[in-house]
Design a protein around this ligand. Sequence first.
Ligand code: DGJ
Length: 739
Amino acid sequence: MSLSYLKFRAIGRVIFCLLTLCFVVTQKVAYGQVIPIETNNTAMVLTVDKGHLLHVSYFGRKLKDPQGYAQFKAQLHQAGDPSGVANTAYSSSGSRNLFEPAVSVIHADGNTSLALQYVSSSVKRVSEDIIETTVQLKDAVYDFRVALIYRAYQKDNVVEQWAEITQNEQGNVRLNKFASANLYWYGDGFWLKNYHGDWAREMQPEVTKLSHGIKTLDTKLGTRADLFQPPVFMVSTEHAPEEDQGEVMLGSIEWSGNYRVDLELDNQNNLRIIAGMNNFADAYELAPGKVFQTPKFLYTLSQNGTGTASRDLHSWARKYRILEGQGSRLTLLNNWETTGFNFDEQKLKAILEDTKKLGVDLFLLDDGWFGNKYPRNDDHAGLGDWQENKKKLPDGIQAVVKQADKTGVKFGIWIEPEMVNPKSELYEKHPGWVIKQPNRPEYYFRNQLVLDLSNPQVQDFVFGIVDSLFIKNPTLAYIKWDCNAVIYNAYSAHLKNQSALYVEYVRGLYKVLERIRAKYPKVPMMLCSGGGGRVDYAALKYFTEFWPSDNTDPLERVYMQWEYSYFYPAISTANHVTNWGSQPIKYKVDVAMMGKLGFDIPVGKLKPEELSFCQQAVRQYDQLSDVIWHGDQYRLVSPWNHDFASLMYVVPDKNKAVMFSYLVSNRYGAGSELPVKLKGLDSSKYYRVEEVNLYNGAKSRIRVNKENRYSGAFLMQVGFNPVVSAGRSSVVLVLTATD
Ligand code: DGJ
């Protein structure tokens, strides 16, 4: 074969691939035909009925033979659904559906009925991994349409789904409800694991068997919306969620404001899940010709328990969502827990030296650096006045940045740009930029109010805060973006239609973040909200990491980080070593290593042996971070029902793994009596086991065989004992593949 022929074939193949990738297949589906939304292992199947209604006819494991989807219905002998619409793919109100609707409207002529019918569907191959299916629905009477969009990530078994609502009636249509997703699930009982929380008590899990009726997960806080109830949850069938077996779905709504998830067990014992923005105080006026796009609802479904589900979700999040999810992170020293608001240039200079001494990459200057007429010396004043406080920083941030450069460390800074203290020049100048009811007394959360991000002028102001920091300090390497107030007295002086405020606030926030990322695409930013009050998969598009909680007591963190780990990968979880908790420094560092490591301690007050341990641990972390950030996570021993917790991370080629174990009980004799069965290794490979992060000079008590060589099969079937005990309350083991 000639070279030019080979070239010709290669070019032909490329053209063919491009054509298939961009190919959109549109079809009008005949009655009974199915539209499967599949990933490698999962399927949600839509079916069109005689009356052109679109139903969710199957939700579960992907079948090799798609014929099976159509045969599923015949296997159901349930009570029956007199309305015939209980399982529609986007149920509406005002017609036959008497269950919780996904969409509810008042038409331009005042009519309140909606009955959506199937029009057409199309399938687009976005990439080798992503298939996007769009289904068009339309009301038979009114010119009101909904496009349901399903983006299926094949390898990670993740589906994002959302709706685009349009209308061409004689005037505005009021959307009273506008969900993103409407699932329908046939299963033998459903168990829900959801979370509640508060400041310093984030991610507290609860597991319940769903009973008939509706269980609603929601928030109405507006800004740091997840404080009392994060938007993540899981549902399993047949029994409560288990780590390595059983069917379980992990779900979340990608929205940084008020959300609502209704889980309704219907008369046939099937589960309806309706998820989207919260429609509380939030009816939306949709003008003719305009598109209302809902946020995305995200789920992954596993047939092998939460372990597989969370590894799939992590893999998806690192690849497709978290900013720089496949990149690296900066270790840091923060000053919040050590100085609070009380610092000056001299103190910061010393902390910069400490940053260098500790060996971390960056110094993060926290709250308190700004405000002059109303200095930010506590949390009652100054928020909104983003000029350096002249007493604390007479030569400005620029001098600190210069000093950081000189010291050989990077510099990052704290901001809380969406908020304002009433005691501020900003408030005096722009009272109309603040969310508050005009006729009522102000009511504060942490002595502050929320700026009205629905107003483009406020958006410019917030963008300007970040932009001018970068313009003045081009080497600025990190931003901690805080958000500490909820929205009380919701009212916007800018908006004509008040009920749009909650939606427009979040859209305004995203507009600002888009602008920041367009100009500064990669600068690491921490999503903070007085702790974990705001983390979701829409926000993480703009942030490299989030702050799970102000509670850094490592014992509390073992549980919290464990729960976060079901939904968010370690690379996104910022963990700091602080003075919270009375555990040894080794325990604190080992717990913080299970994610993105940082410190917030007075380094100068550490004993010499504590300092040298921390320095060595930072160096060790640099060696291990690749495994922790990019490896697959396996939860081994749960802290909820054992004396200790164990979990591990394994790189994709299975040549290296890190295992963390933490004692969580102080009862007599508590510890790891038996070997812990490892997971995710290659059973045919051999591994060397080594204990690292030993406290200065301590000898490891793990028992290894003469060659220090264990097969993956042995480690996974028999296990390995990390020898956790009161005297060894945390243990870090590194496993390296060997010949
Ligand atoms: C709340 C954050 O969670 C803390 O880490 C700290 O940055 C304070 N705000 C500063 O006010």
